[in-house]
Design a protein around this ligand. Structure first.
Ligand SMILES: [Zn+2]
Length: 443
C-alpha cells in the first residue's frame, strides 16, 4: 500500500525471493509476565485499555505454501498505567526479531517523501542549521528524510537497526550507523565527539521496548543548545476516532501529550513546542530541549494542548476505561453491515493490505466469507495472503474484472486518494465502504 511510512512494503534482509517475507516465526519473548510493569514508571499494570484477542504479527503476509502450516498468534492486550497513563502492550515478540530483519522502505511513498522534504525546510530555517550543524535521525531507514539535509550541505548521521537498508541510505549520501539506539550508542557517539544540533525520530518512539533507555540516550546525544523533534500517532485521535486498528504488536506504546511530557521531563528534557499533524490518522510532532537550556520559550501550543487533553479527561483513569466498549460497538456495526450485505447477495472486496487492516480483520473475524479478496499496489504483497484471515491479495486490476458491489477501504487514512483513483467502480454501481471511525458508505 502506498501512503504513509508504516503502510509500505516490507522487504527481508538481502532477500530477493519475497516468499521469505513471512518467515517471521518468533519464539515467545521470555520478558513477558502475567502482571507486567509500566515500561516508563514501573507501576504494575492492572488496568485493561482494550483487549483485541489473539492476532498474528500484522506484517507477516503468507505465501500459498504457508497456508497449510501453523501460524503464530500473540495477545493484543493493551493496558494503561494507573499512575502515568501510558497506554502500552507487552513485548510479546522481541523488538530485535521485528526490526532487525525487516525494514519499511519509506521511499516507496510519495506523500511521506513530501512530508520529509517540508520538514527539512522548516527545521533548517527555524533552527538556523548550516554546514557546521549535525542532524541525527534515529530509525533513519533508507535516508528518505536526511537526504534533504544532505542536499543543503548540512552534515547528517542516520542510525538504523536494519542492516539491509543502510547501503541504500549510503548511496544517497547519508552515512548510516547500523545499530539500535539507546544510551550505549549515544555514549559511543559522544565519545567520538558527535553531538546533535537537531535530533529526530519519526514513528519510532512507539516501537521502542526500553522507552527510558531510548529517551535517556536522546538526552546524552543532544548538543547543549540542540533540539529534539519526535513524531508519533496521538492517543487522543486514536481514541476519539476509534482507530483501534492502529494497535499492532510492533507498537509498544501509545502516547498522549501529557504522558509524553512526563517521560521527557523525567530525562531532563522540556517539551517547548508541539504541532498536530494529519499523518497516520493524527500525529504529534513534539519539540524538546535540555531542561538547562534557557534560550527557548514554551509555545502557546503546548499550554493549549495540555489544557485540551486535561479537559477531556486524559489525566483520569476513567477516560481510558470507555475505549473498550467503543471498540466492541464498532466491531458490531461493521459485522452488521457485512452480514446484511451478504444476505442481500452482494460481493465485497477489500482495498489495500496495510498492517491496520490485519488488526481490524482478525479482531472482527472477517475472512473470505465476507471479503472475497483484497488488492494492493505493492508488488511485494500481491500473490500473498493476509496473516490470520488468509484473504488473498491481488493486483488492483482484479477489481475491474470482478466488479464488486462494495469496496472496503482498509487504509482509511488514505480514503480520499483511494476513492479518487478507483472512482470507476461507480460505472457498475459500486460503492466505497470505510470502516473507521464507523462504517460509512460512499455511493
Ligand atoms: Zn506508568
Amino acid at each position: 500500500m502506498e501512503g504513509e511510512k508504516r503502510d509500505v512494503a516490507i522487504v527481508k534482509m538481502g532477500a530477493t525471493d519475497t516468499s521469505e517475507l513471512s518467515d517471521r516465526r518468533a519464539s515467545p519473548n521470555e520478558n513477558v509476565t502475567a502482571t507486567p510493569l509500566c515500561r516508563f514508571c514501573g507501576t504494575p499494570l492492572r488496568q485493561t485499555f482494550v483487549d483485541l484477542g489473539m492476532s498474528p504479527l500484522c506484517e507477516s503476509y503468507l505465501s500459498a505454501e504457508q497456508l497449510n502450516q501453523m501460524e503464530p498468534f500473540y495477545p493484543l492486550h493493551v493496558r494503561v498505567c494507573g499512575n502515568c497513563f501510558l497506554v502500552q502492550i507487552q513485548e510479546y515478540v522481541s523488538a530485535e526479531v521485528i526490526f532487525s530483519e525487516y525494514a519499511y522502505f519509506s521511499s516507496y511513498s510519495d506523500s511521506w517523501i513530501a512530508h520529509a522534504k517540508a520538514y527539512a525546510e522548516q527545521m533548517t530555517t527555524r533552527f538556523y542549521l548550516n554546514t557546521n550543524s549535525l542532524v541525527v535521525e534515529v530509525a533513519s531507514n533508507d535516508g528518505y528524510l536526511l537526504q534533504h539535509f544532505v542536499a543543503k550541505q548540512i552534515p547528517v548521521l542516520g542510525i538504523e537497526p536494519a542492516a539491509n537498508i543502510a547501503p541504500v541510505a549510503v548511496q544517497k549520501g547519508v552515512p548510516t550507523l547500523v545499530k539500535f539506539f539507546g544510551t550505549i550508542t549515544a555514549r559511543e557517539l559522544v565519545a567520538e565527539g558527535k553531538q546533535a544540533d537537531l535530533l529526530l525520530g519519526n514513528n519510532v518512539l512507539a516501537q521502542v521496548p526500553d522507552l527510558n533507555d531510548f529517551v535517556a540516550g536522546m538526552k546524552i546525544l543532544l548538543g547543549p543548545g540542540g533540539v529534539i523533534t519526535i513524531e508519533f500517532p496521538h492517543l487522543m485521535r486514536l481514541m476519539e476516532e476509534n482507530q483501534f486498528d492502529t494497535i499492532y504488536h510492533e507498537h509498544f506504546c501509545y502516547f498522549s501529550f501529557l504522558t509524553a511530557e512526563k517521560i521527557f521531563a523525567a530525562h531532563g528534557l522540556t517539551l517547548f513546542d508541539v504541532e498536530e499533524l494529519s499523518t497516520h490518522g493524527g500525529s504529534l510532532r513534539i519539540y524538546a530541549h535540555h531542561v538547562e537550556d534557557s534560550s527557548k520559550v514554551v509555545s502557546a501550543r503546548v499550554h493549549e494542548l495540555r489544557a485540551r487533553e486535561e479537559s477531556v479527561g486524559f489525566a483520569r483513569l476513567d477516560r481510558y476505561h470507555s475505549f473498550a466498549e467503543q471498540v466492541k460497538e464498532t466491531k458490531c456495526k461493521l459485522l452488521e453491515f457485512l452480514i446484511e450485505a451478504k444476505r442481500a447477495g452482494k460481493q465485497i472486496a477489500g482495498y489495500g493490505a496495510p498492517g491496520k487492516g490485519n488488526t481490524l480483520l482478525n479482531f472482527c473475524g472477517i475472512r473470505s466469507d465476507f471479503l472475497d479478496y483484497t488488492v494492493d499496489r505493492s508488488p511485494h504483497k500481491q500473490g500473498k495472503f493476509l496473516p490470520g484471515t488468509h484473504i488473498p491479495i491481488y493486483p488492483p486490476e482484479r477489481i475491474r474484472q470482478t466488479r464488486p458491489d462494495y469496496l472496503l477501504i482498509l487504509p482509511w487514512n488514505l480514503k480520499d486518494e483511494i476513492m479518487k483513483q478507483n472512482a470507476y467502480i461507480r460505472e457498475w454501481g459500486g460503492q466505497f465502504v470505510v470502516p473507521i471511525p464507523k462504517v460509512k458508505l460512499y455511493p
